[in-house]
Design a binder for this molecule. Structure first.
Ligand code: ADP
Ligand code: MG
Length: 283
């Protein structure tokens, strides 16, 4: 693998080539329309509608158990993996329903990537193989040179290249928690997602690693639409332009109380429940 250049200013030719090759898709908008969800008989989301605009970072906030993760999993068709789970409504990626009978599950997963709370690199795989793992899963063929380009490009975008360029063949599990999370981001990017969903991606990380991930997100927002669930109100304000506040009143399914520009949600919320939540009075 040619690793010259990128750590010292001017990007390597390989990096430029690869980033052009994997970022030719325009930014996409994701929209949930009247999304409801059940586990068995129990309804956990009731007709949630939210547009997550192209190129914008949207944060989803709200107390535990109000359905944020469920909503996120519906957005990339992971909810249906739970045997008792069902759903209603539509999820539109640039206007096309990802649940349309003619569309394949694997297409939705490829277009809409997910990063989880706990970094989950494949522990026995090298850093290099972790990044390209998605190619196999989605049936994408690539030459060794293309893989090299992809690995360098995705690790660069995830803000990890400089730290791991000399140990690409060591196991991903040898990295720190924050590095592992950036490796997972790189792995998500390798299949050219249009949308990146992140479910509390920093909640297992220290403040320094958290800030590095936040900087990575802000960089990535130029090429992929990001939706992040966070419990950290400061984080929502630092990274997101739009915000949606989810709430489930006792014994009722979750829904969105209020959504809009993050600044307005925090400084001038319309609903008193939003004001109470963003000011830390519950949750
Ligand atoms: N696999 C599951 N089986 C049954 N109930 C679940 C499952 N996952 C989540 N739930 C329930 O659905 C509700 C919403 O959960 P979740 O989407 O994880 O909320 P949040 O991410 O906002 O904390 C909760 O009451 C939770 O207990
Ligand atoms: Mg959750």
């Amino acid at each position: 693998m040619d690793s010259s250049g990128s750590a010292t200013g001017a990007p390597a030719a390989a990096e430029v080539f690869a980033s052009e090759a994997i970022s030719t898709l325009p930014l996409a908008t994701l929209e949930g329309r009247n999304v409801s969800a059940w586990f068995g008989e129990r309804q956990v989301l009731d007709r949630v509608s939210l547009t997550m605009p192209a190129g914008i970072i949207t944060s989803l906030i709200g107390p535990s158990g109000c359905g944020k993760s469920t909503f996120l999993r519906i957005l990339n068709r992971m909810h249906e993996l739970v045997p008792s789970a069902s759903l209603a409504g539509q999820v539109l990626l640039d206007g096309e329903d990802i649940y349309d009978a003619e569309r394949k599950l694997v297409d939705a997963r490829k277009s809409i990537g997910m990063v989880f709370q706990k970094p989950n690199p494949f522990p026995s795989m090298s850093i290099y193989d972790n990044v390209i793992a998605g190619l196999t899963l989605t049936g994408t063929r690539a030459s060794n040179a293309e893989k090299d380009f992809l690995v360098e490009s995705c690790l660069t975008k995830a803000g990890l290249w400089r730290e791991v360029r000399d140990r690409l063949r060591s196991p991903g599990s040898g990295l720190s928690g924050g590095q592992q999370q950036r490796l997972c981001i790189a792995r998500s990017l390798a299949v050219t997602p249009r949308i990146l969903l992140m479910d509390e991606p920093c909640s297992a990380l220290d403040p320094t690693s958290t800030r590095v991930i936040e900087e990575t997100m802000l960089e990535l927002a130029h090429e992929v639409t990001i939706v992040i669930v966070t419990h950290n109100m400061q984080q929502a304000q630092r990274v997101s332009q739009n915000c949606a506040f989810f709430l489930a009143a006792q014994g009722t399914p979750g829904g969105i109380v209020e959504h809009g520009a993050t600044e307005a949600m925090f400084n001038d919320p319309i609903d008193s429940r939003t004001a109470d939540y963003v000011n830390g009075r519950f949750g």
